[in-house]
Ligand binder design. Structure first.
Ligand SMILES: NC(=O)c1ccc[n+]([C@@H]2O[C@H](COP(=O)([O-])OP(=O)(O)OC[C@H]3O[C@@H](n4cnc5c(N)ncnc54)[C@H](OP(=O)(O)O)[C@@H]3O)[C@@H](O)[C@H]2O)c1
Length: 752
């Protein structure tokens, strides 16, 4: 199980099922499965969760994955030994797969709660001060934000090396705490971290020389002031990510003092075994033995208080570490039952096949399968790789170590389907098959031909029939048999009778398989956004197709995840065009004012001055990011941070009520592009007042109830009956149908 953050209106955190249920020791010879008892939060988690740190800034391929929160843990290894360690990601979990060379046994006299405060802080401080900065006994060091976890660890290390320590803090309480923890620190060792006054203090204390080393986490003008505090031959160690990711300029003249500037990224130690990593592990182990490494002060939250824990840490009020307690240390079972969202993961040892896998949706599906554990993939198509983008995707996956084949094959014949499955099975069992093949030949019935029908039907129907037959006999371990259908077969779409028929037939095959107890899932999608035929040929994500808006790919994949967790063989997912806008939470609409109040931590806004702006109401920059995201996502309001700070509760109420004036114009920044939710309009055709609409609808009805098919092409074949789609106009249609049935119906189309 892992924590998932989900940036909805405000933070929502919930447990979700993790991938380790497929864990097999032999597949991870260099990893240790550990049960997590305490999971600490780090600032990286806060920045990721609030969107301040883009996932691309994470090492390896973590950017492509979700649920990446958590960098460290304290718990027990597979033999029950008490351990603490570092992980590249996903430490906020009940179980982690940890690197045994990046963990330490917990000393007998420490509790696991205490141990959890150690790994990241001490590893970072040793890595920065000793490995990168090469701190020498007796040197002077300025340690910013000394009351934080890394700050305290750095002070402890520097003092253990008899260095002269200066540190900055944000309040007198924090100063007092540090004086208690480190009695050798006196008043002159402290300065303020909330402004640049520390520069003058350091210069006075060092007789204008500056310090030999600076461990910096302050940003902007405080970063610049810190650099000016560096002595000749000094080393500047930057652990804050703000200016690094903003690419702030530094100024070269500082290097005239023969100084060095180090970007310190602990992440760099995770990827492979390096001398630096071994040095850090040894330094921490020696520090534990010598007593330089001591547990840090902490605030502990329970596993159901994650939101409170994040907010507390984001507020900057904490001292030392913020921990989540996952299990009781007395719990010898190491097992934790939590209510978790089920999640789909795929067996990495089995091959997964996507027919039509090089198409728009196919490539996205491939990425998602890989993210969920697939390591062997076969993307079947008639043409193979034809575009640079397909080639790029395949190359990237191969670089990640995924085995990707792109065979050109024809699975519309039994022999073709058999050949594909047999080839795949040579490298191991088949885990899942997804049929996304599609050919479109749209046209009204009078223009349709048998060839058009065949072209559309064979990749869907024939392929599915043969894949069903072949996998029944050859693939007893098959876990997924999924076909991508379309709402056009359930609801009908003008000119797509052949496509509707093809999709419908695939669904019936899935239902048959389901009755036989075999894996089967057919998904009726509405229009798909971002990629695929609609996106390529009909316009962007705002295009309304058949009453649906294109469903964006991340949303489709989330729906697919849910569908794979249930047992119904035919399901549908679409975004109705007239049901968008606004946001509902648990069936109840959350107003903008309620949402913003929650972000600001206000329980009741009734007694709050509606004219006060959000900055005056205590909104900090992290909260500002949340408000901005909520306004953009749920209300289509694009405002600058400056404008957000100026928003008042009264103004938010106006926006809620749709009475926006002034700033919220139809055009330009700050404009509101969507209205509040509207219910779909129902038209009663028998209502006198709707006479005009009735007339209009009748205009849309086909004038000819009986449409002759292309005579030449159907000669000698049985009569074809084509009945209106379910959501056609049944009342009028059935009347016609009944009267026609008596006189022998040849073909009948009714589609609007
Ligand atoms: N895009 C949408 O809005 C939407 C909406 C509802 C449902 N769907 C369903 O989602 C699936 C994927 O749609 P998409 O938009 O990604 O389509 P796409 O980009 O056109 O991809 C379809 C792929 O199918 C392959 N194909 C066609 N006939 C084949 C055959 N006989 N054997 C193997 N491969 C074959 C094509 O490659 P070759 O030409 O090289 O064979 C093509 O790459 C389809 O099944 C579609 O019905 C899509």
């Amino acid at each position: 199980m892992r924590w998932k953050w989900n940036l909805q209106f405000f933070f929502h955190y919930r447990w979700i099922e993790g991938p380790l249920k497929n864990y097999k020791k032999e597949n991870h010879p260099n990893a240790e499965l550990c049960s997590v008892y305490y999971a600490p939060l780090n600032f990286r988690d806060i920045m990721l969760a609030t969107g301040k740190l883009p996932p691309d800034a994470l090492p390896g391929n973590l950017a492509m994955q979700d649920c990446v929160l958590g960098l460290e843990f304290a718990g027990k290894d597979s033999k029950g030994k008490r351990v603490m360690g570092l992980v590249a990601a996903r430490g906020l979990a009940t179980t982690v797969l940890a690197d045994p060379t990046f963990m330490w046994e917990v000393p007998k006299e420490w509790s696991l709660e205490e141990a959890a405060t150690v790994p990241v802080c001490y590893a970072t401080a040793y890595y920065a001060l000793v490995v990168r900065g090469k701190l020498r006994p007796g040197e002077s060091v300025l340690i910013h934000s000394g009351s934080g976890g890394v700050g305290q660890a750095a002070i402890a290390i520097a003092l253990s090396m008899n260095c002269r320590v200066y540190t900055t803090v944000g309040s007198s309480d924090k100063k007092e705490l540090l004086k208690q923890l480190f009695p050798t620190l006196k008043e002159e060792n402290f300065a303020n971290s909330r402004d640049t006054s520390f520069e003058q203090h350091i210069m006075e204390q060092t007789q204008g020389q500056g310090v030999d080393m600076i461990l910096n986490s302050l940003a902007e003008e405080k970063l610049q002031a810190s650099i000016r505090c560096l002595a000749t031959h000094g080393r500047f160690l930057e652990i804050g990510k703000f200016d690094l990711s903003k690419n702030s300029p530094l100024g070269m003249s500082v290097f005239l003092k023969n100084v060095t500037f180090h970007g310190i990224l602990l992440d760099a130690l995770f990827d492979f075994d390096s001398a630096d990593k071994r040095a850090v592990v040894e330094l921490v182990a020696n520090g534990i033995k010598s007593g330089a490494v001591k547990p840090l002060p902490k605030t502990v939250y329970s596993d159901d208080q994650i939101e409170e824990a994040f907010r507390f840490m984001a507020s900057g009020k904490h001292v030392g570490k913020v921990l989540l307690k996952i299990k009781d240390e007395d719990d010898v079972t190491g097992k934790k039952m939590v209510k978790a969202m089920p999640r789909t993961y795929f067996d990495s040892e089995k091959t997964h096949v996507i027919i039509g896998g090089l198409g728009g949706f196919g490539l996205e599906l491939s990425s998602w399968l890989i993210e969920r554990g697939v390591t062997k993939l076969s993307l079947v198509s008639r043409s193979g790789i034809t575009t640079g983008y397909q080639d790029l995707c395949v190359r990237r996956w191969r670089e990640q170590g995924v085995q990707v084949e792109t065979p050109k094959a024809n699975v519309t014949t039994l022999a073709g389907a058999q050949a594909v499955i047999e080839t795949v099975q040579k490298s191991g069992p088949l885990g899942g098959i997804f049929n996304l093949a599609m050919v479109l030949k749209d046209g009204f019935m009078e223009n349709q031909t048998i060839d058009n029908f065949k072209a559309v039907v064979t990749p869907k129907v024939n392929s599915t029939v043969h894949l069903d037959t072949v996998t029944r006999s050859l693939c007893p371990q098959l876990e997924q048999f999924v076909v991508f259908s379309s709402v056009s077969c359930g609801r009908g779409n003008a000119g797509q009778a052949n496509y509707g028929l093809a999709n419908s037939a695939m669904e019936r095959i899935c239902e048959m398989r389901h009755r036989d107890g075999l894996p089967a899932l057919s998904i009726q999608w509405g229009a798909i956004g971002d990629v695929g035929v609609v996106s390529d040929h009909m316009g962007g994500n705002e295009t309304v197709v058949g009453g649906t808006l294109p469903q964006r790919i991340p949303s489709c994949l989330a729906a697919l995840d849910t569908f794979l967790q249930q047992r119904k063989p035919t399901v549908a997912s679409m975004v109705l065009a007239d049901k968008t806008g606004g946001r509902k939470e648990g069936g109840k609409k959350t107003t903008l004012v309620e949402g913003v109040a929650h972000i600001l931590g206000m329980k009741d806004v009734r007694n709050v001055n509606g004219a006060a702006n959000l900055a005056e109401l205590g909104m900090d920059s992290l909260m500002g990011v949340e408000v901005k995201q909520a306004l953009e996502r749920d209300y289509d309001l694009v405002l600058s941070m400056q404008e957000i700070r100026q928003l008042t509760l009264n103004r938010l109420k106006e926006i809620d009520e749709g009475e926006a004036e002034g700033g919220a114009t139809e055009e330009g920044p700050g404009s509101r592009r969507s209205s509040s939710p509207t219910e779909p309009e129902m038209i009663d055709l028998n209502d006198e007042s709707a006479a005009q609409i009735k007339l209009f609808v009748q205009e849309l009805m086909p004038k000819r109830a009986l449409v002759k098919l292309n005579e030449g092409k159907v000669a000698g074949k049985d009569t074809i009956f084509v009945v209106h789609p379910i959501e056609g106009q049944p009342i009028i249609s059935f009347e016609i149908k009944e009267s026609l049935m008596a006189i022998y119906l040849r073909s009948y189309v009714c589609s609007i």
